[in-house]
Design a protein. Structure first.
Length: 448
């Protein structure tokens, strides 16, 4: 009975494992990109910053309009040692012998800045630029995420194919070792030669394990970049990239740079930063100009000591006021001059930042283009080298089986073949990655 229960429990566990494996999501490159753009934490924070910049624009626009407020106060006055007192309440002089009186005042007030040297208008324009910069920051983060994902994905493709190469190498070494055992029994090789073949099998197995570990490491990095839960399975769908795609023509370097200058968000953001700095200079200069504001108020007050009722006091105590206020800066301890000088220095700094970003962009595109071109040339050479190495190994391997070549010659040719395979793989995926990034900088979507 206990044995039956154990068999049922094991069956359930195995079935659950099969279900989980079947339910595991299949991740293509496109799905990785879509998930990252929808769920990345930093990207969501940048989108919140964009919403905050929209609120700043609304606040700056609202500051152009008059403000309106209502105020009301209620006071208790106690004069314990006065026999009588005179109190002015609105237009009424109230004589009272009450020791405690109650008074209230009510007012409606409006303020409007008519002229401030265009400070508020320039601030509004600056806030609008800040909103555009926040939107570009979101786009810049999206681009950075996509570049990191495609780099890791290509590394995974390379590592996955490298695992296959090392696995095939292990298989060849195993067959050579088995053939060596037969040759030892036939007296064609010595035990020392067989030991070398056995050691080569161990070395190749170790290289296979290292390649598998590298592949798992890159998959883990991609999973962490996507910020997936630790328990969530991630099965990648790796496309088979034809060798012909390696030699696809590269876009012209100058064309890529011009398209990147007009489309890359980091360049657009720096240009807006220069424009924002120009508005900051105008805002600082506004401190030299007079400020003209309009104030309007309407209100009334009441007092419990009056012999008139509350309504009559409100009616006859009602007063309206309108006024113009002019403020002219004369001497401000160099505050305005310092603000203007700092704003101009910031403008110069932002112009240099733009120039630096443009040069950095050019260097990035130039490096990608030259790396892609070099990788294509290396691929052609390594492909030819691989073919000759393959033929040479097959010949030496056949001659070894016939006893015409020794162990050293066989292992040398096998290692040459493995190096040629790895060099070809590296050149292949470097060319694909750099060409993909070049197209991305030129404004094309990422597509392997």
């Amino acid at each position: 009975m206990k044995r039956k229960i154990w068999l049922i429990a094991i069956s359930v566990m195995l079935n659950n494992g099969v279900v989980r494996a079947q339910d595991a999501k299949q991740w293509t490159l496109e799905q990785c990109l879509e998930y990252a753009l929808s769920n990345n934490i930093q990207l969501q924070q940048n989108r919140i910053a964009l919403e905050e910049s929209e609120v700043d624009v609304k606040s700056a626009r609202a500051s152009l309009f008059p403000s309106l407020s209502f105020s009301m106060g209620y006071n208790v006055t106690n004069r314990p040692y006065q026999e009588n007192s005179n109190t002015v309440s609105g237009t009424e002089i109230i004589s009272s012998d009450r020791k405690t009186t109650y008074s209230g005042n009510y007012g409606l007030n409006a303020q409007w800045t008519i002229w401030d040297g265009s400070k508020k208008r320039n601030t509004l324009k600056q806030r609008k630029i800040g909103k555009e910069q926040a939107a570009l920051s979101v786009e810049e983060t999206e681009n950075s995420l996509q570049e990191q994902i495609v780099q890791l994905f290509v590394q995974i493709l390379y590592s996955n194919e490298s695992v296959d190469v090392n696995r095939n190498t292990c298989e060849v070494s195993r067959k050579n070792y088995e053939r060596g055992q037969e040759m030892l029994r036939a007296g064609s090789i010595s035990k020392v030669d067989l030991a070398q073949l056995e050691a080569q099998v161990s070395t190749d197995r170790y290289q296979l394990v290292m390649a598998e570990n590298t592949l798992r490491e890159y998959k883990l990095q991609l999973k962490q970049l996507l910020q997936l839960d630790g328990t969530e399975e991630m099965n990648l769908v790796l496309p088979a990239l034809a060798d012909e795609s390696v030699l696809s023509p590269l876009p012209e370097q100058a064309d890529v740079y011009q398209q990147a200058l007009s489309g890359r968000p980091e360049i657009q953001r720096e240009r807006l930063n220069v424009e924002s700095s120009q508005y900051q200079v105008s805002i600082a200069k506004a401190g030299y100009y007079p400020t003209l504001s309009l104030s309007v108020s309407s209100g009334s007050n009441t007092n419990s000591a009056s012999d008139k009722g509350w309504g009559s006091q409100m009616k006859y105590g009602w007063n309206n006021m309108i006024g113009l206020n002019l403020s002219v800066p004369i001497f401000d301890n160099r505050q305005n001059k310092s603000a203007v000088e700092k704003a101009r220095l910031q403008l110069n700094s932002s112009q240099l930042e733009l120039l630096d970003k443009e040069k950095e962009l050019y260097q990035t595109i130039e490096t990608l283009w030259h790396n892609a071109s070099n990788a294509q040339q290396e691929y052609l050479v390594s492909d030819s080298n691989l073919k000759s190495s393959q033929v040479s190994f097959e010949l030496v391997n056949e001659q070894f089986n016939l006893g015409m070549k020794n162990i050293i010659e066989l292992l040398t040719e096998k290692n040459n073949l493995l190096n040629a395979q790895q060099q070809r793989l590296q050149a292949k995926y470097m060319a694909i990655l750099d060409r993909t990034l070049l197209n991305f900088y030129a404004g094309q979507p990422i597509n392997l």
